[in-house]
Design a protein. Structure first.
Ligand code: SF4
Length: 599
């Protein structure tokens, strides 16, 4: 026991007896708590535990008369998710893309202090149910016949509050009792509850993941082709057709189940469940329902003539998950604006986010290795316990590694089926390596270190002329990474990086800021083309004439490679065309009959 001089919060000192450093800390914390409670006028009051309101369940028996509402991604992802849910027997409907009116409603009925995507998405749901009411349904009919399902998380950013926000805004708008269903982002592949209306089991997650992956890939390909299409609007027409076809395929695909004699045999044993699980996985890994449909869509895309010799700056989109994904007022319709301004947009796939979550889960397991032993006071020489804790960590890591490998494999298999031109998933370990010196990769919430890491990755690996980060107003993690980005930009002097705060207003201001940065990116793309033409000795008119003579080079699925130090599509294509022109010329010369003279 010893004594220490303790400084009172209001000033002045007192001598206190302490048994250890820990005790001193505990006392300081208790005193500080008392001071804060005094300040807030709640001293001596006991806290009441918050309990989540008990919600009317959505049961299996209500499925046929209840419509599942969902939204928040691009219309391509949503159309495929729609098909995926229909194939599982659900009645469903994708919500419209949130607009400014939705944003205003979100502010009106929800909590004003939330981040901007909350206002848009929450207001969108309120707007949707209000429109249903305007169309003649009563409030009770809407509450009985519709449920909303969305992703949930426990924070630490405001994402953890979305569920509560939906309920609050619906209640304030007069739709108290409207059901909001959540699937946890980190909840694994089985979140099914018996008799639940929405069964979140393996079939559900496989269907949703396939829909999201195909959505990512087709989205990427469409943005790549649209920028160079010869006939304006053709890409969108083909995309519409392709999406209808894929939606149909997703809707018709039935989940794999054990059937026939083997099924009845296995059902008599304890292995039926495992065999069914295994069968579903194998069907996922080797089935060709999706790849065959993607081949068909690939051929349709490949019939669109494109002109790759147009010089366009590549703009990589990063930022907060929703702001970088939505294609509407939520990010000032930024993608359309960029395309109108002559840029090629490089969109961010949802797949990166899924890989990030797996990566972070692995990181956490590694960081917590052995903590259970300390917690249980297990001595080091208790080899049995130490070994079993070690084995447990290894097993959990191995499971996530398998998930990583399978997810990547499936994603890239779909890319190949759609012609192989979509971008592969970015390596999470490389992103961590690049981002960690500027933004601690253990700091979770929002996009974590990804915003910083992607900026460095795309700028340094010759993948984009400019990086545009879409950061919602009021977003906590994005505000943090803003601070780190200034250190990044001063370290990598050459990068063109522009962060834009998205909100329900201020489109003109945001567009003109982007326009200014884009001007710089355009100059860079033009200079790059000039350099490439000088280095290869090619002439742009000759390249164009050569491409005219080689129709395969006007096709979107034509492969031409990516050169180190060359970013733009046009510049890379010219390097390739120049090489091909040279080699064809050489071949023509060697085929000329040699002139032999006889004297
Ligand atoms: S990442 Fe930012 S914008 Fe997105 S939910 Fe969290 S706080 Fe809101």
């Amino acid at each position: 026991m010893s004594t220490a001089l303790f400084t009172e919060p209001e000033g002045g000192h007192s001598l206190i007896q302490i048994s250890s450093k820990d005790e001193l800390i505990r006392q300081k914390v208790a005193d500080e708590r008392r001071r804060l409670e005094r300040e807030a006028g709640i001293e001596g009051q006991s806290a009441r535990q918050f309990h989540k309101p008990i919600e009317r369940p959505f049961t299996k028996w209500q499925r046929d008369d209840t419509t599942l509402l969902f939204g928040g991604l691009t219309w391509k992802h949503e159309k495929l998710i729609h098909g995926a849910l229909e194939s599982l027997g659900y009645k469903c409907q994708a919500m419209p893309v949130p607009d400014k009116r939705a944003f205003q409603l979100g502010k009106e009925y929800g909590n004003n202090g939330q981040c901007n995507p909350t206002h848009f998405t929450v207001g969108n749901l309120v707007q949707f149910v209000q429109r249903l009411e305007e169309s003649g349904l009563s409030k009770q009919e809407i509450i009985d016949q519709y449920v909303f399902f969305t992703a949930g998380a426990c924070g630490p950013c405001r994402f953890g509050m979305y569920e509560a926000e939906y309920r609050l805004a619906l209640r304030n708008a007069g739709f108290d009792g409207f059901r909001v269903l959540l699937f946890q982002q980190s909840g694994g592949l089985n979140q099914a509850e018996a008799e639940a209306g929405l069964e979140m089991n393996l079939d559900f997650f496989l269907n949703i993941l396939n829909a999201m992956n195909i959505g990512d890939i087709i989205n990427d390909v469409a943005y790549q082709i649209r920028a160079f299409e010869v006939n304006p609007g053709e890409t969108d027409r083909v995309l519409d057709d392709g999406m209808n076809l894929l939606h149909d395929v997703m809707r018709r695909k039935r989940p794999w189940t054990l059937e026939g004699k083997l099924a009845s045999l296995l059902r008599k044993t304890n292995f039926a469940g495992t065999a069914e699980y295994l069968g579903k996985f194998l069907n996922q890994l080797y089935g060709d329902d999706y790849t065959a449909a993607l081949h068909e869509v690939r051929d349709r895309f490949n019939a669109i003539p494109i002109d790759r010799t147009r010089v366009k700056p590549i703009v990589k989109i990063t930022g907060e998950f929703w702001a970088q994904t939505t294609e509407g007022d939520g990010n000032f319709n930024m993608f359309k604006f960029l395309e109108r301004e002559g840029a090629q947009v490089l969109v961010e796939p949802i797949g990166t986010w899924i890989m990030y979550m797996i990566h972070q889960a692995k990181q956490q397991i590694r960081d917590q290795r052995g903590l259970d032993l300390i917690q249980r006071n297990v001595p080091r020489w208790n080899l049995k316990e130490v070994f079993s804790s070690h084995l447990n960590t290894r097993q959990r890591l191995a499971k996530l590694t398998v998930a990583e490998v399978i997810f990547k494999r499936e994603y890239h298999r779909l890319i190949d089926a759609l012609g192989g031109i979509a971008h592969h998933l970015t390596d999470q370990y490389e992103l961590q390596r690049l981002g960690h010196p500027f933004y601690n990769s253990r700091a979770g919430g929002g996009e974590g270190h990804l915003e910083v890491a992607k900026n460095i990755y795309y700028s340094n690996k010759d993948l984009a002329h400019m990086v545009l980060s879409l950061k919602p107003f009021g977003c906590m993690p994005s505000t943090q990474s803003d601070g780190a980005q200034s250190a990044v930009v001063s370290n990598y002097k050459d990068m063109i990086f522009i962060p834009v705060e998205t909100s329900g207003e201020g489109d003109v201001n945001a567009h003109s800021r982007v326009q200014m940065a884009l001007g710089e990116a355009k100059v860079r793309a033009k200079n790059e083309m000039k350099r490439v033409l000088e280095e290869t000795g090619a002439n742009l008119d000759d390249v164009r004439a050569f491409v005219q003579e080689h129709p395969e080079m006007q096709r979107p699925m034509y492969k031409y490679g990516h050169r180190t130090g060359v970013v733009g599509v046009a510049a890379n294509f010219v390097v390739h065309a120049a090489e091909r022109m040279k080699s064809e010329r050489r071949a023509t010369v060697s085929l000329q009959p040699s002139v032999v003279s006889y004297h």
